[in-house]
Design a protein around this ligand. Sequence first.
Ligand code: NAD
Ligand code: TYD
Length: 349
Amino acid sequence: MKVLITGGAGFIGSHVVRLFVNKYPEYEIFNLDALTYAGNLENLRDIEGASNYKFLKADINDVLEIDALFEKYQFDKVIHLAAESHVDRSISDPLAFVRTNVIGTMNLLNAAKGLWKDNFKEKLFYHISTDEVYGTLGETGLFTESTSYAPNSPYSASKASSDHFVRAYGETYDLPYIISNCSNNYGPNQFPEKLIPLFINNIIDKKPLPVYGNGDYTRDWLYVIDHAIAIDKVFHQGRNKETYNIGGINEWKNIDLVKLLCKIMDAKLNRAEGSSAELINFIQDRLGHDKRYAIDASKIGKQLGWKPTVTFQEGLETTIDWYLDNEEWLKNVTSGKYKDYYLNQYSSK
Ligand code: NAD
Ligand code: TYD
């Protein structure tokens, strides 16, 4: 089986690629990634020589290139993670999100449909999405698979749009698809623009911790490897044309999470207790800031037997340890030096 994974040099994608390359030596795994600021092949250094793995540098916005790659490699199944993924960037440059998340997804759908030519036996387009498509919750309630879409940010609107197109290709052309919508991920290899790695990096450097508004916003956090395990289950056992919500059953108000992070890091860095919390700096709120996300993950639990394996305390400790042990990765990412890795490794190949 030839499996195309898009966005495999990014945060979640790299964990999915590693899991599939190691667990399924009989599959050929193709990692297609444009290596934007968020893509970093150093994330996959340990498996880059595996015989069942191939990296393809390509942009999903380039329709000719995408069609040519589908024709050349004859992929059987697609796991689509490539995306612009940061809400703050979507507020300052919404069109970039329409291009990659909507048009790029369309290009992949068309390429898959064109290659498979309506003979969809043993084929699958698995689209990775977010719980942010459902908009925001009040103090109570959970997002289920039948919650209406109500995206509030350009990021979530672009992901919602791509979800709709995937579903529409299933309804209109019978293209086999599955969508999963997951809550906030955290763990090793996450680019330090999202809350947890940004704050870990700033605590190391004793820089201010910019908390939006009063910090009274709630997110559900899932350890990234538990998400990769869920993706593996959905890919192999999920039902055609269904969607699955994935979440950590682990809600935290931002300010409580930041205080916990500060406390753990004070201990690990041998700093006086309370010193990192002094870096907390409440700043002007994010535009259109969603109040609360929380997932009802009972469908994937009942149908596929998935549940998170890592507690938040364990996951956070492992994540912090990883960033402390990989200060060079962090330095390369913040300085932009990680771009050299691709040039050194692949430019002559
Ligand atoms: P990320 O930003 O870390 O990685 C995105 C990857 O996609 C990068 O490697 C980047 O180079 C690649 N990419 C971007 N534009 C591309 C293009 N035009 N062509 C080819 N490759 C391109 O993102 P992530 O956090 O790993 O998220 C992966 C997917 O999971 C996204 O679809 C995101 O919407 C979804 N998701 C993320 C979270 C989360 O908490 N991070 C939660 C739920 C769902
Ligand atoms: P983020 O990691 O950007 O994920 P998302 O917006 O997709 O949920 O942000 C998580 C929460 O943390 C969100 O409520 C915004 C907040 N936040 C801050 O308060 N300060 C920051 O610098 C960042 C990046 C996020």
